[in-house]
Design a protein around this ligand. Structure first.
Ligand SMILES: C[S@@+](CC[C@H](N)C(=O)[O-])C[C@H]1O[C@@H](n2cnc3c(N)ncnc32)[C@H](O)[C@@H]1O
Length: 260
């Protein structure tokens, strides 16, 4: 049996979603004629499979969840949108006159964000971009991108890279999900298996699939605000506020300890 091709899954599904929206460019068609929905497949290392429509990655503000609007109400100064994806957040901020840069590791996502209208885009990780000498007042990790801190091993390095790019008074606004409200045995057993292995309960091991492509396996963290407090301890940041009005989702705001 052939294994899936390792590819730029985010880039490919965003490219097709943009083609569906604009009617420009090739897109998946049933029988060469009827549009097929663009679905991101998320595969967890216990075998769990979930599908998520890709449409929300290019959705306008009228279709956003409330916490995205509350996140944007908090931004100020120069903004780095970390994991910009198709650029929905950066585009809105740009339209409101903010100075915003989108950062992503996916060349395809960056190409879609550029075509969608985002002007300032950088390819790379936070560590790579930290060497560029830019300073930011707000770091956005939206669309569940608090997950990019991965777990206990990666979090200090990731947060240190953000601190190297931080102007005095800088803040991180991150969207997370508290995974522990569930009683679903598939998830509860997964959290327990993770803890037995010395991992955080919600330290997901995932790969993404789209059509014939897959990413490599990677860690993505869903954690409680209490766990986040522990992960932030010992870094240049402190957890200043948690807005959990849309539980299980929350917006975490981090501020520099040096500013206290
Ligand atoms: C879940 S999507 C969120 C997109 C966007 N923030 C939104 O809310 O629509 C995650 C994005 O983060 C990008 N990404 C994944 N790992 C990354 C990393 N280490 N550094 C920067 N971007 C990353 C992916 O390529 C993808 O575009």
């Amino acid at each position: 049996m052939n294994q899936p091709r390792i590819g730029d899954v985010f880039g490919e599904l965003l490219r097709d979603e943009l083609a569906v929206r604009t009617g420009v460019g090739p897109r998946p068609l049933a029988g060469g004629r009827l549009p097929r929905p663009i679905v991101e497949i998320i595969e967890r290392d216990d075998g769990l499979i979930n599908g998520a429509p890709a449409a929300h990655y290019l959705a306008g503000p009228e279709d956003w969840p409330d916490h995205d609007h509350r996140a944007l109400a908090r931004v100020r100064g120069r903004i780095l949108d970390v994991g910009v994806g198709g650029g929905r957040i950066a585009l809105e901020l740009q339209g409101r006159g903010h100075d915003v840069t989108g950062l992503d590791i996916s060349p395809g996502a960056l190409e879609v964000a550029r075509r969608w209208g985002v002007r300032r885009l950088v390819r790379g990780t936070v560590d790579e971009h930290a060497g560029a000498g830019q300073r930011y007042d707000t770091f956005l990790l939206l669309g569940n991108n608090l997950g990019l801190i991965e777990g206990r091993e990666r979090a200090p390095g990731f947060l240190a890279a953000l601190a190297r790019m931080a102007a005095p008074g800088a803040q991180v606004i991150a969207h997370g999900s508290n995974p522990y409200g569930t009683t679903d045995p598939v998830h509860v057993n997964y959290h327990e298996r993770n803890r037995r292995r010395g991992r955080l309960g919600g330290q997901l091991r995932l790969r993404l699939r789209y059509r014939d492509a897959a990413t490599e396996w990677f860690d993505y963290l869903v954690c409680s605000p209490e766990e986040l407090t522990g992960l932030v301890g010992g870094t240049p940041w402190r957890l200043a506020d948690v807005d959990d009005a849309d539980r299980p989702y929350y917006l975490a705001t981090l501020r520099l300890r040096a500013d206290d």
